[in-house]
Design a protein around this ligand. Sequence first.
Ligand SMILES: Nc1ncnc2c1ncn2[C@@H]1O[C@H](COP(=O)(O)OP(=O)(O)O)[C@@H](O)[C@H]1O
Ligand SMILES: [Mg+2]
Length: 177
Amino acid sequence: MTKPSETTPSASISAPIAPSPIHLRLDTPDATTDLAQQLAHQLNPGDCLLLEGPIGAGKTHFARSLIQSLMVQAEDVPSPTFTLVQTYDVAQGELWHADLYRLSALEEIEELGLFEAFDEAICLIEWPDRLAELTPAHALHLQLALDPAEEECRHLTLSWRDAKWQDRMDVIANDKS
Ligand SMILES: Nc1ncnc2c1ncn2[C@@H]1O[C@H](COP(=O)(O)OP(=O)(O)O)[C@@H](O)[C@H]1O
Ligand SMILES: [Mg+2]
């Protein structure tokens, strides 16, 4: 795991994706759950997490763990594979969990009300590549990759442009180092 470099210039919303992303090795599904729980409690309305990675990478596992840790009363968290969006009420306000794999047109984003949600709710978006040029610039990117050898291991890269993530990611990087 690498920590953000001390010499990295402070990120701004117009800067390219942070030059020093954080790399984490998640050895088991529980390790992914722990990280999701840690991140969950740093989130505020208007925060958007983009969950990238192939089928089976653990995007839904991460989102489910995060959502369940914010729920006041335990509820099922189904994958939004077919509904595209599932919404939840959590202590911080509304939380949207979207899976855009089956998105057929960009107009659907607007119809779903996702634009407003990007600014007003906590959003967890699977298959965010479907957003193309509509990708929110203030989002945190989480790229999950499978390990070629170990079935239960995942590699996570966290990257961002918006400086609002820097302190929160420093907490995560310091905690895992
Ligand atoms: N380290 C890990 N982190 C997350 N999931 C893992 C890990 N190791 C194994 N898995 C398993 O991989 C599967 C991921 O499925 P899912 O979260 O639905 O993937 P995706 O939404 O990316 O298609 C789950 O069955 C989960 O238990
Ligand atoms: Mg999924």
